[in-house]
Ligand binder design. Structure first.
Ligand code: CA
Length: 422
């Protein structure tokens, strides 16, 4: 590893948060207000303390106090040159050969908090949330189940990144549990609905990116400009009630099935930290229209895992292993398509990938696919089995890039499904 990436902190090779990562988040401690921090090893580096100490006194950051806010929106809005200045500054401050922080015990005491002792909040005030449907494997699997093998992919799917406008208000940080929702569902081939708690609660393994700085209304973001508007990525669990979805989704797409909650991981990994893990995406045939043609490699090699733990289990069971690189449509294409009408993006908007399924049955990113709509239940070590989620089940997703001797990780997004409320 390059010398400059050695820190005076003790960071193990297995840590998700070495100097190569430095993800941003919003945290608080008891009785204190929320502010920005960076995860490094087992610590949170308090950026508000450093900001107050004048360490970010740079023309691109001066006067904005981006790290003393209770969200990262302002920082996201400052744009890539400002993000680069902040990242360099933090990397230099943490470097093994820099005495500034290393040898100042008083400052160190104020600037570092044990990561397991802070409360994590949503990283941004999310104004708008869009959910794509960019995994060919996922779209094909769902298509086969709902429409048969011959009509699995809709005619538009290979020509544009399909998406719907999601619900931002119910995006929640990792650790917050959710309740099984009530809704309308139909039994068998009936066309008369009943009102019931969902019987087919599912997760969706996704990743999402935060937008910054964004565009003015009427001015699309070109596909080759799009990377300058991607601040960073988080893990996303897009909870889904399959039975509610099956009844409601035509003709305008999912509504109640998806608006109950969407969980995200608290640490936003900067796009720059993922640069070494860029890799070619799947070949795109037919060739997309010109405005969607991205040049270069825009897939990322990010290992993803889903773990399930029932109330009876002592430890979680890994039920899926996938990879962000499987996605057919890449992030620049998603952003270019989203804004081609002139639709404006604002700092803090969240664009999620859609369920990330791989080619193998154990790489599918939802229970719907893993159990093939319940036909192949997953056996658990306790003798239980799962077609869909049961009350008390905990779903945890994690992900990381593997470097030479280090990881750039995303931590985790976790939550339990509780029984229906009241
Ligand atoms: Ca989704």
């Amino acid at each position: 590893m390059p010398h400059s990436m050695l820190s005076f902190l003790d960071i193990t090779p297995d840590s998700h948060f070495p100097l190569q990562n430095l993800p941003y988040g919003i945290f608080s401690r008891p009785g204190e207000s929320a502010r920005a921090g960076v995860a490094v090893g087992d610590w949170v580096l308090d950026l508000a303390v450093l900001e107050f100490g004048g360490f970010f006194d740079h023309p691109l950051l001066r006067g904005f106090a981006p790290f003393s806010q209770d969200s990262l929106n302002r920082f996201m809005g400052l744009g890539k040159p400002a993000w680069q200045v902040a990242r360099r500054t933090i990397q230099e401050l943490l470097a093994a050969d820099n005495p500034l922080l290393r040898d100042d015990g008083e400052l160190r005491g104020r600037a570092f908090h044990p990561r397991n002792q802070v409360l994590m909040h949503l990283p941004a005030h999310i104004g708008d949330y869009t959910d794509f449907y960019s995994s060919r494997e996922h779209a094909t699997n769902v298509g086969i189940m709902f429409r048969g093998r011959d009509n699995a992919l809709m005619p538009n799917w290979l020509h544009l990144p399909v998406a719907y406008h999601g619900r931002a208000s119910s995006i929640i940080p990792s650790g917050q549990d959710i309740h099984r929702p009530y809704g309308q569902l139909v039994e068998g081939s009936s066309t008369t609905p009943i009102f019931s708690p969902s019987r087919q609660m599912d997760f969706e393994l996704e990743m999402g990116f935060f937008v910054g700085p964004g565009n003015d209304l009427g001015r699309p973001i070109a596909v080759d400009e799009a990377p300058n508007h991607i601040f960073g990525l988080v893990l996303v669990n897009d909870w889904s009630a399959r039975d509610i979805q099956r009844w409601e989704y035509q003709p305008l797409g999912p509504f109640n099935a998806k608006n109950l909650a969407t969980s995200i991981s608290p640490w936003v990994v900067p796009l720059e930290a993922l640069e070494p893990f860029r890799t070619p995406g799947p070949a795109q045939e037919p060739k997309p229209l010109t405005y969607l043609q991205s040049v270069g490699d825009w897939a990322y090699d990010i290992h993803l895992e889903v773990q399930l733990q029932s109330e009876m289990m002592d430890t979680p069971l890994t039920i899926s292993r996938s990879n962000f690189r499987y996605l057919y449509w890449n992030m620049p294409q998603q952003l270019a398509h989203h804004t081609i009408t002139g639709c404006n993006m604002r700092p803090g908007d969240l664009l999620a990938s859609g369920t990330i399924s791989g080619p193998e049955p154990d790489s599918y990113g939802s229970l719907l696919e893993l159990t093939w709509r319940g036909e192949r239940p997953i056996p658990l070590p306790t003798g239980e089995q799962r077609q869909f989620l049961a009350d008390g089940d905990r779903v945890t997703m994690t992900g990381y890039c593997q470097g030479k001797g280090y990881k750039v990780g995303f931590g985790e997004v976790t939550a339990r499904l509780l029984p229906p409320a009241g």
